[in-house]
Structures are given as structure tokens and as C-alpha cells.
Design a protein around this ligand. Structure first.
Ligand code: HEC
Length: 262
């Protein structure tokens, strides 16, 4: 009996020891994975720092909000990735807009309003491509949407809706029509709907005749629906896409509580 117990004890000890060793091993692997430099020592990253971070922060920094002169690169990627999910398209889109910044092609109308159009600078095209590839591959992490509860921030103009040009209201009507007229069970159609809605919303966002408090409220409204539009553009699940469309319908109905034709 005794030798058996001894064997058992050794067996148990050995198993425990081995298991804990295994766990240690996995932990070390995880630690190594986390400690990986995340592309920061690559040529592409270096170029991004020297050519783009002159104006762009890498990610939003609440302490430096007043020093921002361009949207953080993390936000740029958040806007471009849903629209250009494969690397080749993504790189093409980034290099195109950097070479030809324009209101027509922008995916960030809010940033243009806030910071003005990105200046057109001359870049070495090979370097620019490398930078665009880095933006695609680099993990910028995530930052909470600055104004998640945007709709709650919407304010009336001394108790009355803000008056907008008839063209603007027509655009909003047309967005609402697109939403209510939309019917499909194909996820691709939902993705396209997201793009179409964004294109229409852009016109309102970029309208130069709105300034001051009125513009801030327009901006508040559209920041609140922009996330939904991006989600729709990249959505893979038809169920989620339908929910997002319903959400957008509610939000656009609310538009008329805050804005009316002049
Ligand atoms: C001189 C300042 C400046 C530099 C340098 C700069 N940007 Fe920008 N960038 C801006 C501003 C301002 C905006 C926001 C306005 C806009 O979107 O045009 C912007 C926006 C963008 C956008 C979104 C464009 C859109 O409207 O959809 C991309 C993409 C971008 N930058 C990439 C880059 C890359 C890549 C580099 C480096 C090669 C770079 N930027 C360097 C100022 C700069």
C-alpha cells in the first residue's frame, strides 16, 4: 500500500507541476505577444510619424484637444476601413485622398468643417504607399467615441427648432425616404445603403452657410448618425443591419424636432 501512495503522491505532484508549468508557458507566450513592437520599428511607421504626425495625433488625447489641428489617425482609419475593407482598396483610397484632398471625395466631412481641408502636399509615392499600408496594418487600438450620446446633446434654438435652408430640409427628406423606401434581404444592399446615406449627409455637413451655434447642432446631429452609417457600410449580419436601419429611422425622425425649413 505504502509504495502505491508514494507513487500517487508523486503522480499528483508531477501532474500539478506539469500543469502549472504549462500555464506558465502560456502566460509567457501571451506576454510576449503583447510586448511585440506592433510595427512601430518599421520604415512605414517611421514615415507616418515624420510625415503625418506633424498634424495628426495617433489617437485622441483628451488632454490635448485644443492642440488638435487634424483628426487623430485612429479616427481616420475608423472612417476608411468600413468603406475599404481589403488592403489594396484601402491603400488606394488613402493615397488618393492624400494626393487630392477634396470635399467631393471626403469620408470625414466633420473633420473638414472643424479643421479645414487637409493641405495638398507633395509626397514620395512609394513612401506614401508604405504609410497607407502601415495605417491598414497597424493596430491603433480603440478610443471611445467622443460623443456617444450625441443625440442627447441636441439643443433647440431658445425653445424653437433651428431654421435651415429648404435644400437642406429636402436632403434630410431624401435621406428619410431612402430609409423608409428601403427593402432588401441582401446584406450588400444594406452596405450600399450606408454609403448612399453618408453621401447625402455629407452635403448637409459641408454646407458653408451654416456657422456658429446652428452648425454645432447640425454637427451634433450628424455625429450621432455617422456611427450607424459606418456600421451599416461594414455590417455582415442582416439582423444587425435591420436594427441599424430602424435606429437611423428613429434618429432621422427626430431631426424634424430640432430643425425646420426657414
Ligand atoms: C499639414 C497638416 C497635415 C498633414 C501633414 C497630414 N494631414 Fe491628413 N489631414 C489633415 C487635416 C486638417 C485633415 C482633416 C480635413 C480633411 O479631411 O481634409 C486630414 C485628413 C486626413 C484624411 C481623411 C481625408 C478625408 O477627408 O476623408 C486622411 C486619410 C489623411 N488625413 C491622411 C494623412 C496621411 C496618410 C498623412 C501623411 C502622409 C497626412 N494625412 C498628413 C492635415 C494633415
Amino acid at each position: 500500500m505504502k509504495p502505491f501512495i508514494k507513487f500517487l503522491t508523486i503522480a499528483i505532484f508531477a501532474t500539478t507541476f506539469l500543469t502549472s508549468c504549462n500555464q506558465k508557458q502560456t502566460k509567457t507566450e501571451a506576454a510576449t505577444a503583447l510586448a511585440q513592437p506592433n510595427l512601430t520599428d518599421t520604415k512605414g511607421y517611421e514615415l507616418m510619424v515624420s510625415k503625418c504626425y506633424i498634424c495628426h495625433f495617433e489617437s485622441p488625447d483628451p488632454a490635448k484637444m485644443d492642440q488638435m489641428i487634424a483628426p487623430p489617425m485612429l479616427r481616420v482609419k475608423e472612417h476608411y476601413l468600413p468603406n475599404y475593407q481589403n488592403k489594396e482598396d484601402f491603400v488606394k483610397a488613402i493615397t488618393y485622398i492624400v494626393n487630392n484632398p477634396s470635399e467631393e471625395k471626403t469620408l470625414m466631412p466633420g473633420a473638414i468643417k472643424k479643421f479645414n481641408l487637409m493641405p495638398k502636399l507633395n509626397y514620395n509615392q512609394d513612401e506614401l504607399k508604405l504609410i497607407a499600408e502601415t495605417i491598414y496594418e497597424y493596430d491603433f487600438g480603440s478610443a471611445p467615441k467622443m460623443k456617444m450620446a450625441m443625440m442627447d446633446d441636441l439643443q433647440l434654438n431658445d425653445g424653437n427648432p433651428w431654421t435651415l435652408k429648404p435644400e437642406t430640409i429636402e436632403k434630410a427628406d431624401s435621406i428619410l425616404n431612402s430609409l423608409y423606401g428601403f427593402k432588401s434581404d441582401n446584406i450588400k444592399d444594406y452596405n450600399q445603403l450606408g454609403k448612399d446615406l453618408f453621401e447625402q449627409a455629407k452635403f448637409i455637413m459641408l454646407d458653408k452657410s451654416y456657422t456658429g451655434a446652428k452648425f454645432d447642432q447640425i454637427h451634433n446631429f450628424f455625429s450621432g448618425v455617422e456611427g450607424d452609417m459606418h456600421a451599416l457600410i461594414e455590417e455582415k449580419s442582416i439582423e444587425n443591419a435591420k436594427n441599424t436601419v430602424d435606429d437611423l429611422k428613429l434618429k432621422f425622425n427626430n431631426f424634424y424636432n430640432f430643425f425646420t425649413a426657414e
